[in-house]
Design a protein around this ligand. Structure first.
Ligand SMILES: O=c1ccn([C@@H]2O[C@H](COP(=O)(O)OP(=O)(O)O[C@H]3O[C@H](CO)[C@@H](O)[C@H](O)[C@H]3O)[C@@H](O)[C@H]2O)c(=O)[nH]1
Length: 467
């Protein structure tokens, strides 16, 4: 008890994540990191897709009304759905935040700032109205964030709508992206609004990445786009790891199965929480895995195939017979634990940023199959800049899948990528140590937040040393 009081800063931070796993998890990990440094944490969340507060005893949860929790069909997480969420949550968010501020003043625990997902386009306006500083947590990589920052310029230069004839053209000076690496929905109003709002009132951008991974990109473009202070504090899931930060029930059978496999022999396959494929593509993936003759662990979550809850019914009998003991198929796995398992030798991923950084942190090379949003940009970065993965360039097709899997899992090329990604794994570990880049960046972020509520005084009065 005494220890707890000593490390308390008498200062609260309010977090407001977008309600999708790939966005909630890094925000809660950031919450854990800030809590471990003495901040009290409040999370404002939609009823839709909410984490179970019981599993996060360090946080204080407030739930707001939204349209999706009442919708009959599951949400796709598309930018159009985010527009709907933005329209439906404004009032309930404003009321909720103003009540939190009222209580905080009574409790004599000032709220230092709001940290919101920048896809909540009204968060900055509400924070302004309530006189509260706002920071944004970018849950994607820095390369994608910088590309988003340059959207108004790209719009001015007439890049949109994207044209196939220009697909090989480089995009501004942002390395290494070409027009073909941008998703067709890149100039969606939600993204343009996000950039406008970040420029207008955001007092800091926090990125789930680290200097040794993407810092060079920042150095090249800093003056051009980013006037706002930027904190590279990742990998967030490694700062204050917690067994409770999982949003979905996880199957442990995958770990028992992996325990029986040889080191570096298994290809782990998962396309994240939102991407969907057709039944035909699903079967090409299955047959590509079968033909590669490599052991695999496949997380086929519900609704991976458009509209279908049950994937396993689609597997042909011959496929089941051929893969037999060599393949293990489940709907969901504890991914970080899986990637850290010595049996895993490769990850076939959709290149969501969390999967990308989790794979790098465990030294696992990748096969890239991007679907939408930032994923194509992440894939280009993984394959062409970091050189720790291979891209599936054609339509999903079993021969190409077989060949790419063998290149990664069996051939020298894959071994070289494994060595490169292992070097990055060491850098990811190192950057969180005292005096190193992400540790220092988190420290700077804490001072930045404390400066909003005059809590430097609170800190010195309590004779605290942070961190
Ligand atoms: O069986 C599984 C599958 C996934 N995960 C976890 O789910 C998260 C998935 O996140 P991510 O890889 O980022 O994919 P998405 O859920 O698709 O993430 C969305 O959010 C990301 C962050 O903004 C974007 O980079 C993506 O493009 C966007 O689709 C990761 O933490 C995984 O560890 C599991 O634990 N078990």
């Amino acid at each position: 008890m005494e220890k707890q009081q000593k490390s308390k800063l008498c200062c609260r931070v309010v977090l407001f994540p977008q309600p999708y796993t790939g966005h909630i998890t890094p925000m809660l990990n950031l919450g854990n990191a800030l809590h471990s440094k003495g901040f009290s944490i409040t999370v404002i969340h939609t009823h839709f897709n909410s984490p179970n507060p019981v599993e996060f005893p360090n946080f204080n949860f407030h739930f707001i009304e939204d349209v999706l929790s009442k919708a009959k069909t599951p949400s796709s997480g598309s930018l159009d759905t985010i527009t709907i969420l933005n329209k439906s949550c404004l009032e309930s968010f404003r009321n909720c935040l103003s009540q939190i501020l009222e209580h905080a003043s009574k409790d004599r625990e000032p709220v230092a700032c709001l940290i919101s997902d920048p896809l909540w386009e009204f968060a900055g306006v509400v924070a302004d109205q309530l006189n509260l500083p706002r920071l944004a947590l970018r849950t994607g990589g820095l390369l994608a964030s910088i590309l988003y920052e340059s959207l108004p310029l790209l719009q001015e230069k007439g890049y949109f709508p994207l044209q196939d004839t220009r697909k090989e053209e480089p995009v501004l000076e942002v390395p290494p992206l070409k027009v073909k690496d941008l998703p067709p929905e890149i100039h969606h109003d939600v993204l343009l609004g996000m950039v406008k709002e970040t420029k207008r009132n955001c007092q800091g951008i926090i990125c789930n990445t680290f200097k040794e991974l993407e810092g060079s990109i920042l150095d090249r473009v800093r003056g051009n786009f980013l006037a706002t202070p930027i904190f590279l504090t990742g990998p967030l899931h490694k700062i204050s790891p917690t067994s409770t930060s999982s949003i979905v029930t996880q199957e442990q059978s995958s770990i028992t199965w992996l325990n029986k496999q040889a080191p570096n022999s298994v290809l782990y396959v998962s396309f994240g929480t939102l991407a969907a494929i057709s039944k035909e593509q699903f079967l090409e993936v299955a047959w590509g895995l079968a033909k590669s003759q490599q052991p695999f662990l496949w997380a086929t979550r519900p609704r991976l195939i458009n509209g279908s809850e049950k994937n396993e019914e689609l597997f042909p009998k011959e496929f089941i017979e051929i893969v037999n003991q060599r393949g293990h198929i489940v709907s969901w796995v504890p991914q970080q634990q899986v990637l850290a398992h010595p049996a895993i030798g490769g990850f076939w991923t959709h290149c969501g940023w969390n999967s990308t950084i989790e794979s790098i942190c465990e030294g696992v090379p990748m096969i890239c199959l991007p679907f939408f949003g930032d994923q194509k940009m992440n894939a280009r970065h993984i394959s062409d800049v970091l050189k720790v993965g291979l891209q599936l360039e054609k339509q999903l097709e079993r021969q190409e899948i077989e060949s790419v899997i063998r290149r990664l899992m069996v051939e020298k090329e894959g071994q070289e990528m494994r060595e490169r990604v292992n070097a990055l794994k060491e850098k990811a570990k190192c950057c969180l140590m005292k005096g190193e880049s992400s540790y220092e960046s988190l420290d700077q972020l804490i001072s930045h937040i404390l400066s909003f509520c005059g809590a430097e005084m609170v800190r010195s009065r309590n004779n605290q040393t942070i961190p």
